[in-house]
Design a protein around this ligand. Structure first.
Ligand SMILES: Nc1ncnc2c1ncn2[C@@H]1O[C@H](COP(=O)(O)OP(=O)(O)O)[C@@H](O)[C@H]1O
Ligand SMILES: [Mg+2]
Length: 288
């Protein structure tokens, strides 16, 4: 497989749920490409189609119209959908979905069954993955004996079990406190770099999105902006200046222009914190 081939290619993808008057157009002729090795965030208000898009990318559901290729495969022509789901993509959900009666290690071994030969090999692979996510010493713990962040690490290790080319994570840190949330994103960033795994992560959290390299913003089933993150400070400044809060502050207080020009990140972070604290809803704070 060539490295220049996009890991994801989506063309005019439309998904309609239901029919007639109650039909919901969750995706509306959406097109996008993600290159192999990219780490991409998908943001946007609740109901804009983020989960629907991820489900299409993972062949969990079928498009109404349009085409999806993942790792060069046309998903409408998959001969073995189960094999695709097991080997080419790994999923991480907001709620970890670990089996409660199995240990961390056993949970990771589940997707390896039927993929890797011997029990011993599976055990070694699972142990290696637990090391990779920093939980080498928790292999015999049950999910109930782990913290939320640790459970999500196990879920990430499980998603990597069969060395997928692509990991799809739907609000993986949505149920975590902000510190665990940052740790999970740092882990995904590290895996993206060390394993070369392409990652698409849905998040509501602007700070979480900043761990990625590229942010796609969705609205009403379409991608309304697509930009690369080059400099986190610049990114913070841009998000701030675009936010309602930032704009009203700038309008009321022209001297703020100065710290933006001077890249006064300490002041900016302080203001952003105030913004996050006052935000009434958990919705995407950066959209304008
Ligand atoms: N299985 C379904 N049946 C009917 N409508 C659905 C279904 N799944 C999602 N929708 C609708 O499709 C739209 C997009 O949903 P979703 O992709 O879950 O949005 P997001 O993940 O961005 O919050 C919403 O209006 C939602 O109510
Ligand atoms: Mg969703």
């Amino acid at each position: 497989m060539s490295n220049h081939q996009p890991i994801i290619r989506v063309e005019d993808l439309t998904k309609t749920y239901g029919s007639g008057e109650t039909a919901v157009r969750a995706l509306d002729e959406l097109s996008v490409e993600v290159q192999t090795g990219e780490f991409v965030a998908v943001m946007g208000p609740s109901g804009c189609g983020k989960s629907t898009l991820l489900n299409m990318l993972g062949a969990l559901d079928q498009p109404t119209e349009g085409k999806v290729w993942v790792a060069g495969e046309d998903l409408s022509k998959l001969k073995n959908v189960d094999q695709f789901r097991a080997k080419t993509v790994g999923f991480v959900f907001q709620l970890h979905n670990l089996l409660p009666t199995m240990t961390a290690q056993e949970n990771i071994e589940v997707p390896l069954q039927g993929q890797i030969g011997s029990r011993k090999e599976r055990r070694e692979r699972a142990a290696h993955l637990l090391e990779l996510v920093g939980l080498g010493d928790r292999s015999h713990h049950l999910p109930g004996q782990l913290s939320g962040g640790q459970r999500q690490r196990v879920a990430i290790a499980r998603s990597l079990a069969n060395s997928p080319a692509l990991v799809l994570a739907d609000e993986p840190s949505g149920a975590l406190d902000s510190q665990s949330s940052e740790e999970i994103m740092a882990l995904l960033a590290q895996l993206n770099e060390s394993q070369g795994t392409s990652i698409v992560v849905v998040t509501h959290d602007r700070r979480v999105a900043q761990a990625t390299q590229r942010v796609l913003r969705m609205q009403d089933g379409k991608i309304v902006s697509d930009h690369r993150i080059t400099d986190p400070i610049e990114e913070d400044l841009r998000m701030f200046a675009q936010s309602q809060f930032g704009q009203s502050l700038l309008a009321n207080n022209p001297s703020l222009e100065k710290f933006i020009q001077e890249r006064d990140i300490a002041t900016l972070r302080h203001l952003l914190q105030a913004y996050d604290d006052q935000a009434a809803s958990p919705e995407d704070a950066g959209s304008s």
